[in-house]
Design a protein around this ligand. Sequence first.
Ligand code: CMC
Length: 436
Amino acid sequence: MTPSDVKATLSFSDGSPSMDLPIYKGSIGPDVIDIRKLYAQTGRFTYDPGFLSTAACNSTITYIDGDKGELLYRGYPIEQLAEHCDFLETCYLLLKGELPNPTQKTDFVKLVTNHTMVNEQMQFFLRGFRRDAHPMAVMTGLVGALSAFYHDSTDINNPQHREISAIRLIAKMPTLVSMAYKYGVGQPFIYPKNSLSYSANFMRMMFATPCEEYEPNDVLVRAIDRIFILHADHEQNASTSTVRLCGSSGTNPFAAIAAGVACLWGPAHGGANEAALNMLKDIQKQGGVEKIGEFIKQVKDKNSSVKLMGFGHRVYKNYDPRAKLMRETCHEVLSATGLHDDPLFKLAMALEKIALEDDYFVSRKLYPNVDFYSGIVQSALGIPVSLFTAIFALARTVGWIAQLNEMIADPEYKIGRPRQLFVGSTRRDVTPLAQR
Ligand code: CMC
């Protein structure tokens, strides 16, 4: 962190001594005011529910400029990564800081490929779930359970353990997600086939059966690979902060990533793609494009809790750059699958156009986010709606691990322990039960 020449001064109207606070500059983005000594020197905490103004760490991994609608992984724009790289190159970049050269890529792909199988015993663990369990409930359990199967990589303070658990998680997530899917539809699990690429292998584990081989289609494989790239990291979002906070206690990497999976499930975060597609289906059922006006009215009504899912973002106050790429992929996939007249895609485009012209959305800087289109793409790939968030978790796993490992390797890291403003009852005495 580079100290700035400028200092902030905090003064109080009650005559308490003022305090100078150091300011640090990042390589890009807003400066931060260092308040670490605030409590020791003033006896006061800061108050920032939802972390609207709080940087909880310094990081070199991902940068978002929400006003410009820019997303950089290790400095590289997401648009260039989506065009020139595949998901495993992106994983290498996020984990190690640089894009791999051809030899490094070959070695990394080989390493990940060698870990795609999961302990056979995990099947029996999975079989304990109800068949109709939500895949995210299953994934939370399966990822947490990895620590019960891979005892040799659970020490978060051991760099080799961190490295091997990272590779295991990236390699095994597609296997686990497809197992969760196959279990739900009552089909046999399909083992990984290591001659295929990461994404082609995932599509095969999802859609092959023992009686019928799956021929990966290049456009569809490229589309799922792009979904993985676009979701790979997004700096200090809710699930990543959860992983950091959970990992800060020294828990094992599998447990920390399972916490991230649980957080991602929520409809305000990773669950939004599922919610966005369900919303489009509902509008379609009620009459389609003609009903958009009525739906928008409900969204704008302060007394209704209806939201335009797939719109709005805590950080992007401009078009989410991932949404633009996803929209492009949507066209490609729908053409490749012969679904170019897909009514849901048409409805999504009409809804987007109307919302982007409506003052309610314009004045609040609400633009489509990645989830607005990713559900339509995934549906066209044959992925059921209930599995969308699990696909997001698969992709985000590398970001979670990169962020977790960055935190653990930081000599300044401490257990995360937010403070509070207590507004409950002050000290009082217990009245014995008989007298209450
Ligand atoms: N539909 C209608 N109104 C909205 C929406 C929406 N999707 N999003 C925000 N608003 C309104 C909100 O009601 C508020 O209005 P007012 O100022 O009149 O009270 C204003 O816009 C500001 O909203 P906010 O809730 O303060 O914004 P936030 O930064 O806390 O919330 C969000 C961000 C993503 C939770 C929210 O926009 C949302 O719930 N969107 C829908 C869910 C969604 O698509 N989530 C996916 C996010 S992208 C995937 C990921 O990275 O996880």
